[in-house]
Ligand binder design. Structure first.
Ligand code: 5AD
Ligand code: SF4
Length: 436
């Protein structure tokens, strides 16, 4: 038998890319590839890329530049670009960077085995179709290899919302949901391989319609799987948070008390210009309903500062919304012009204004995060232990509310959900004591 070929895959961007990378490794496994953690000894390098902001896209070209030497040393090395930059700039990448042998979009990676053969023959391969055949019809089963206690599972892809700043509807295409029976089968395979927590992924996951009961129906079916202890989902649009999903947060024990619900801005004028199709007030009312169903839910969000036309008064509205919600966690970004999106046509705000607003917004979000963490001290929480800590005898896991938690514990807790009393809050983690 010939030695396995080595695949180095570097993943940028969102959790869906993490999931896609796993599936690409599995797809190329059939071609005799095993994953390696270093590009230096690889036979193939794949960059699974992100196009959401300009900086993310630029990283791809600088990373590719670094592989020049490797390719000079090993002419058989094949280099590929996958993901959303591949989708958006496929042919352009091949023109700009002759090192690249293969370009594959996020909907076409089930064709990687055939593309690999093409590049091995010395030709280039490019596939950025939105093909009729669903990649998941080809990539039906998951690897049986034992895995860690948490996993991502993509249930929905694409987006029909067309927020004025966002490339996702163009790079990932229209909203498509995977049928519930397939998702349930994949979830069972993951649990058989040792997974205790599944995070359901979709660019608009709460618009999932592969189950008669929507995402809530899927979650309730998943909750019936023995051995699956925790369910999470991300990322959601406020307008798709239906009553059934809110109710599930109230009474489905396996659904964790954490919700990432991006709002982007607290100004109705900017929300309208962003084509978000909701107001600050409707978002706040929604949060009230969610908290009525699950009072201890930890809320997370995404914010864009410096959207074209944003005034100081608009920004104050965003700060007021944040004050009103009290987020436990949040992501915030400077607006980044994305070619081909409606907002790209509009005049930009001065960089120093945007930087100043981002700093003020992040200071407020940071204060809220610390306040929410400080309130956890003294509380008893569930923690799913994932790995040993840096200090001897210490294990690290995630709480129900997705806080990183450290505790002195035997290695036997790995992969288990245990009760922990939180004793201390540090900037990005909590410390606790095992109580059972
Ligand atoms: N500029 C800045 N941030 C953006 N996001 C999406 N598009 C852009 C853009 N053009 C942010 C949004 C979204 C998150 C995934 O990325 O906040 O929710
Ligand atoms: Fe992009 Fe999310 Fe808006 Fe869809 S809902 S366009 S993915 S920001």
């Amino acid at each position: 038998m010939s030695a396995p070929k080595k695949l180095y895959i570097k993943t940028y961007g969102c959790q869906m890319n993490v999931y896609d990378s796993e599936r690409m490794v599995e797809a190329l496994g059939g071609q005799g590839y095993v994953e390696t953690q270093s590009p230096d000894d690889a036979d193939m390098i794949l960059l699974n890329t992100c196009h959401i902001r300009e900086k993310a896209a630029e990283k791809v070209y600088s990373e590719l530049g670094r592989y020049k030497g490797l390719k000079a040393d090993n002419p058989d090395l094949k280099i590929g670009v996958a993901g959303c930059v591949a989708q958006a700039e496929g042919a352009e990448i091949m023109r700009r960077q002759p090192l690249v042998d293969l370009v594959v979009g996020p909907q076409s990676y089930h064709r990687l085995p055939a593309m690999e053969q093409t590049v091995r023959s010395g030709a280039k391969a490019l596939d950025t179709d939105f093909p009729e055949d669903d990649k998941f019809d080809t990539l039906t089963t998951r690897s049986k290899a034992k895995r860690g206690p948490t996993a991502f599972l993509t249930v929905q892809e694409g987006c029909d919302k067309f927020c004025a700043f966002c490339v996702v509807p163009y790079t990932r295409g229209a909203e498509v949901s995977r049928p519930a029976d397939r998702v349930l089968r994949e979830a069972r395979e993951l649990v058989d391989a040792g997974v205790a927590e599944i995070t359901l992924l979709g660019q608009n996951v709460n618009a999932y319609h592969g189950h008669d009961g929507g995402l809530a129906g899927l979650i309730r079916d998943l909750a019936g799987i023995d051995g699956l202890e925790r369910i999470r989902f991300t990322t959601s649009h406020p307008n798709d948070m239906d009553d059934a999903l809110i109710a599930a947060h109230g009474d489905c024990e396996k659904l964790m008390p954490y919700l990432h619900l991006p709002v982007q801005s607290g100004s109705d004028r900017i929300l309208k210009a962003m084509n978000r199709k909701h107001t600050a007030e409707s978002y706040l009312r929604l949060i009230e309903r969610i908290r009525a169903a699950r009072p201890d839910i930890l809320l997370s969000g995404d914010f864009i500062v410096g959207f074209p036309g944003e005034t100081e008064a608009d920004f104050d509205d965003t700060m007021a919304l944040i004050e009103a919600v009290e987020y436990g966690q949040a992501y915030s970004f400077k607006y980044s012009t994305r070619p081909g999106t409606p907002a790209a046509e509009k005049p930009q705000l001065p960089e120093d204004v945007v930087t100043d607003r981002l700093h003020r917004l992040q200071a407020l979000l940071g204060t809220q995060q610390q306040a929410v963490q400080a309130r956890m001290v003294g509380q008893e929480v569930g923690v799913l232990f994932e790995k040993p800590g840096r200090e001897a005898g210490q294990m690290i896991g995630k709480s129900d509310h997705l806080h990183a938690v450290y505790a002195a514990a035997p290695a036997g807790v790995l992969g288990q959900v245990r009760r922990v009393r939180i004793t201390r809050s540090s900037p990005n983690s909590l410390a606790g004591e095992l109580i059972n």
